[in-house]
Design a protein around this ligand. Sequence first.
Ligand code: FAD
Length: 460
Amino acid sequence: MAVTAPAIVWFREDLRLDDNPALAAAVATGRPLVAVYLRDEVSPGVRPLGGAARWWLHQSLTSLAESLAGHGVTLVLRTGPATTEIAQLVRETGAEAVFWNRRYGAAERAVDAELKTGLREDGVEVASFAAALLFEPWTITTGSGTPYSVFTPFWRACLASPPPRAPIDEPDEVTGWDRDVPTDLLADWDLEPTRPDWAAGLREAWQPGEASAHRLLDEFLTDKLAAYDDERDLPAQAATSGLSPHLRWGEISPHRIWAQTDLVRRGAGAREAAGASRFLTELGWREFCYHVLFAAPDLATVNWRRGFDAFPWPPLDEDALAAWQQGRTGIPLVDAGMRELWRTGAMHNRIRMVVASFLTKNLLIDWRKGEQWFWDTLVDADSAANAFNWQWVAGSGADAAPYFRIFNPELQAKKFDPHGEYIRQNVPEYGTDAYPAPIVDLAQTRKAALAAYDVVKRSA
Ligand code: FAD
């Protein structure tokens, strides 16, 4: 009997079965499937994951492997550069087709392009799909064909484009390749911390995996949508969706979120409709970050506004950086945020802006130090959103604001944590002698930051 050669589905940042176009296309070939996840820490330019992201990945792969096993498919784990490992897997299995969903970083795109060319030369069918973004970066451009550099016209252009495609349901009938394929053991990847095991707070705060992502979306749309527009800036309320790490790993697709939110919006009252539009606009910010990264691949290391290269960063104050990282600056809202981050692997968006502003403007520490700390500690650490937002707050990024924005953490606390609930949740010793005095004077350091920014303005 003739043996049907398998098709390979290469999972990357799309750890889901629902709305997975690469998976759907592989199933549609009628071939048995080989599913693989590759740990590639050696291809040039591919940034090694931070600690919190590694923890998340371990759980997410466990969850994906269980879902695939439910369809009779084994998730094969391999280590090495994609260009050689995937080609090797094709040879081992005799696969005649390889499918994956697109990535948008320059290093990742280079890997994918090289692999695609090599496989096609060998006569293997290769196809890549749009799955992580609602709008592909090359489809949204200004009238003169350049990428947008300001969010509002960008989002307007997205909304005027053909709407995102409908999500694709999880396939019913999947056939796994019935031969044994050599695989690494997930435990051997050492993604979870052991000595010390600092992940207890992460385990308490999060349940990685596709099922949990869908549950969060349903809960958000049912219970939180109406108040979202009013309460999303209040860190003491659980008013936001909590979907960012699930989106980061592609456990849920933006198309699924878009479709479900749109459905609710159509049948809803004014408050829900306002909440839905605001929520979709936040997804729009995620899109914008990726589009900016696509056009400026070195977003995590190079000032997006090159004029900012003239900013006179003073020599690094290691003690101040450590105080910021550990949440002992003596500025309560900043410390609350940094401790929330350390404990849970996440921080409320409003507070991310406050702590980033404090680091770059009051402590005059280069935004790249903050970006790297977030990269290591956030469960949603994302090459587009993290770099983009750090630059946005630092003043070097894609932003329409014509002035140098400095958040005052005391005023922000009064406005967004008026009863001090969030501060007390995260800094229990606040108000006692055990709490440190501020390490800097907010008014003086604000003046110094403005003076430093004058150098950028003068050299522009
Ligand atoms: P919701 O309010 O429920 O929003 C829904 C979704 O919209 C989010 O899950 C997220 O995917 C997207 N979103 C919301 N706000 C933003 C934004 N400002 N930029 C991009 N996407 C957004 N987000 C990340 O996903 N990864 C990061 O590494 C990251 N780093 C950040 C660093 C700084 C300095 C700042 C100021 C913000 C950063 N953000 C990052 C954006 C934002 O803080 C988080 O996306 C948000 O807090 C996630 O909570 P949520 O899922 O409950 O958001």
